[in-house]
Design a protein around this ligand. Structure first.
Ligand code: C2E
Ligand code: CA
Ligand code: CA
Length: 666
């Protein structure tokens, strides 16, 4: 029963293998026309030999409609050669072919056998041969549709055999039997060939499917390789690939576009305070906001890494700054993460192609430079790279070159600015400030060359040379005066430099308590953990630490608590505005803060008497500024100290009393 069901399913063309059916049909298309041609030629030959012996209605009357029907089918198949059918249509067409083939077989076998009654042994022999040859020919032509081949064979050979058995003629019976057996063998061969064909098609289609899957995986891998896993935005690789493609497409064209870099402000403290997981969540939120904005405004936004994002803007470049600002403003809106409401800032730098650069790296560097400008001079805003920046870069390059060739011993000097205690107005120590007289560039201001030395990795060498000079000179002054020395971010994150500084202190035999290293919040923020370790080492050796430019950076109270700080230096911008309530309020609260934490507090930039009086009223006890003395060369200080024990008219006292100057609520 099961076998019959399988056989019937096979005969009706199994629809479960559409790819095989389609391949079968494609092969069949090319063979069926030959089948019909063979059929017609053979039939005409039989009709011809029987023309004289059989009735005309049989030789001509029946043959002609048969030939017409056969030709119509043949033409239909020839036309079908150029038509590609889908699997479903191919299956339908093949089912039709099985049925039609069976009908044709019935017609042809009936016609041939009806002719057998006429003529002598030769004519009868011709009929037997016609049937035999034609059926084998047809089976061969139908080898790609074995179902039809089987039907035709069955419909032809069985009646053929039965007919000759009925005739009781041994020779014809033997021929019929022979043909039947040959057909069986041929069918067996065809079916095994057909199985091979099916296997081949199946393996080809498996291979194609595998190839398709591989292609899909490759495409997916390529997408992932260009996607940032955290934010799902395109990543840095995509950004540069896209930038390069854009430039290649626009070469020789007038079209402009803008490259932007956006960096979050205050992300680091959030990460440090709330942990990396929350930091990641925040970045994801930022990413999803930017993705939305990008889609709305047709900007390609990417995450370049850390808290840095990049974008490509192909609209009107005059509006690029506005776009950058829209991004910054969007990032600045508060975030609700769990129970927390957080805010971060964002600054942006933009470079426009082709003015700012014609290569991906040039454009990126310029937008990064513009970003650096936003970060240092106008946080939260957007800077577009300009001619002015170009000139600045050129002068920085000149500084860089001169610095590389500079003789640190002869070209660099340390100037000393007195730190004055109030109310007695005596000098308790000095802040060492670097001066460079380059034979090529003449006098270069310290904030310029320090920044270049930091960027080019020459700062540690410079720090060591300057510190050595400063310690050597301060030692020559009478009394125990304190020395404040500025350190850069790279200094306080390098264990080697920290140990070299302590070595120098020991080598010169200076009391470490007289040394204060000044650091800024920004220099600590970059790599907090390493910096903290180095600062603890310094503090452990007995030197003091001061937080410089306080009030201008993050002024995060967290840092005051977490870092081993002894002293806060109030930035001079507050003294400059001391007549305004905001600035004087800031100074008052910093002084109060230092008082409650029992820290030293130096107010910088005191330039006139009224400022001094206002500060005295706030019970400020350490000051620095042009009102007392500018930074002076060592010789000048040494001279007047030797002559009358003063500097710019201020008496030199000792740093011994410094500890008492720690502001205390008492
Ligand atoms: P800073 O550490 O904040 O140094 C104070 C700056 O204010 C000095 O500028 C000083 O000349 C200036 N200044 C002092 N009193 C007054 C005043 O009453 N009014 C005004 N308007 N300015 C006053 P300078 O010497 O040009 O140094 C600039 C910056 O360069 C320093 O700022 C410091 O950050 C850096 N720097 C200087 N020397 C070194 C050094 O040896 N190493 C490192 N890492 N940085 C240094
Ligand atoms: Ca300083
Ligand atoms: Ca300062």
């Amino acid at each position: 029963m099961e076998k019959i069901r399988v056989f019937l399913r096979w005969m009706s063309i199994d629809p479960r293998h559409p790819e095989i059916a389609q391949a079968q049909y494609n092969e069949l298309k090319t063979q069926i026309p030959s089948l019909y041609a063979l059929l017609m030629v053979n039939a005409i030959a039989v009709a011809y030999t029987h023309y004289d012996v059989a009735p005309v209605y049989l030789t001509v009357g029946v043959l002609v409609p048969m030939l017409i029907l056969t030709s119509i089918r043949m033409v239909a198949w020839i036309r079908a050669r150029h038509v590609t059918l889908g699997p479903e249509d191919a299956i339908r067409k093949m089912r039709q072919t099985v049925i039609l083939g069976s009908v044709m077989a019935v017609i042809y076998i009936s016609w041939s056998l009806s002719l057998d009654g006429y003529g002598g042994p030769e004519e009868r022999g011709h009929v037997a041969l016609f049937i035999a040859i034609t059926v084998i020919g047809c089976i061969f032509c139908l080898m790609n549709l074995p179902q039809a081949a089987f039907a035709v064979m069955f419909i032809v050979t069985v009646p053929y055999l039965v007919y000759y058995i009925g005739q009781d003629q041994d020779v014809y019976f033997a021929i019929a039997m022979n043909i039947f057996l040959v057909c069986l063998v041929v069918m067996q061969v065809l079916i095994s060939g057909y199985r091979g064909f099916c296997k081949l098609v199946q393996s080809q289609s498996d291979l194609a499917a595998k190839q398709k899957e591989t292609e899909r995986l490759n495409a997916e891998n390529a997408r992932l390789a260009q996607t940032d896993a955290l934010t799902d935005l395109p990543n840095r690789r995509y950004f540069f690939n896209r930038l390069e493609t854009l430039i290649a497409n626009l070469e020789g064209n007038e079209t402009k576009f803008a490259v932007g870099v956006v960096d979050l402000d205050r992300f680091k403290p959030i990460n440090d305070t709330y942990g990396h997981q929350l930091g990641d969540q925040l970045l994801m939120e930022v990413g999803s906001r930017l993705q939305k904005l990008g889609a709305e405004r047709n900007i390609e936004v990417c995450r370049l890494g850390g808290d840095e994002f990049g974008f490509l803007y192909q609209g009107n470049t005059d509006e690029a700054a506005g776009t950058g600002q829209a991004i910054c403003d969007l990032i600045t809106e508060p975030y609700k993460i769990g129970d927390l409401t957080l805010t971060v800032g964002a600054s942006c730098g933009i470079a426009v192609y082709p003015e700012a650069g014609k290569s991906a790296h040039a454009l990126f560097d310029r937008s990064d430079y513009a970003l650096y400008n936003s970060k240092t001079t106008s946080r939260g805003h957007t800077t577009v790279y300009s001619e002015e920046h170009e000139a600045r870069i050129r002068s920085e390059r000149a500084i860089e070159t001169a610095l590389q060739k500079a003789d640190l011993d002869t070209e660099f000097q340390v100037y000393f600015q007195p730190v004055v205690s109030l109310p007695d107005q005596s000098v308790v120590g000095f802040e060492a400030l670097a001066r460079w007289h380059s034979p090529v560039l003449k006098n270069v201001p310290p904030d310029r060359f320090i920044a270049v030395a930091e960027r080019t990795g020459q700062i540690n060498r410079l720090t060591m040379s300057l510190f050595d000079k400063a310690v050597r000179q301060i030692k020559e002054l009478p009394g125990d005066l304190s020395l404040s020395f500025n350190l850069s971010a790279q200094d306080i994150t390098s264990a080697v430099t920290v140990h070299a500084l302590l070595d120098a202190i020991e080598r010169h035999g200076v009391n470490p308590r007289l040394i204060t290293f000044e650091i800024t919040e920004t220099s600590v923020i970059g790599s907090y953990e390493v910096a903290e370790e180095c600062l603890q080492t310094l503090r452990g050796a007995g030197v003091k630490l001061a937080l410089d430019d306080f009030g201008t950076g993050y002024s995060s109270l967290g840092y005051l608590h977490r870092l081993p700080i002894d002293c806060v230096k109030v930035d001079r911008s507050f003294v400059a505005g001391i007549h305004e309530p905001v600035a004087s309020g800031v100074i008052t609260s910093i002084i109060n803060l230092c008082r409650s934490m029992e820290m030293l507090c130096v107010v910088e930039g005191v330039e006139d008497r009224t400022q001094l009086e206002l500060l005295s009223a706030l019970r400020c006890n350490l000051v620095q500024g042009y009102h007392f003395a500018p930074p002076l060369p060592f010789d000048r200080i040494m001279e007047s100290a030797r002559a009358n024990g003063t500097v710019e008219g201020l008496s030199l006292s000792s740093a011994d009393g410094m500890e008492e100057l720690r502001l205390s609520s008492a």
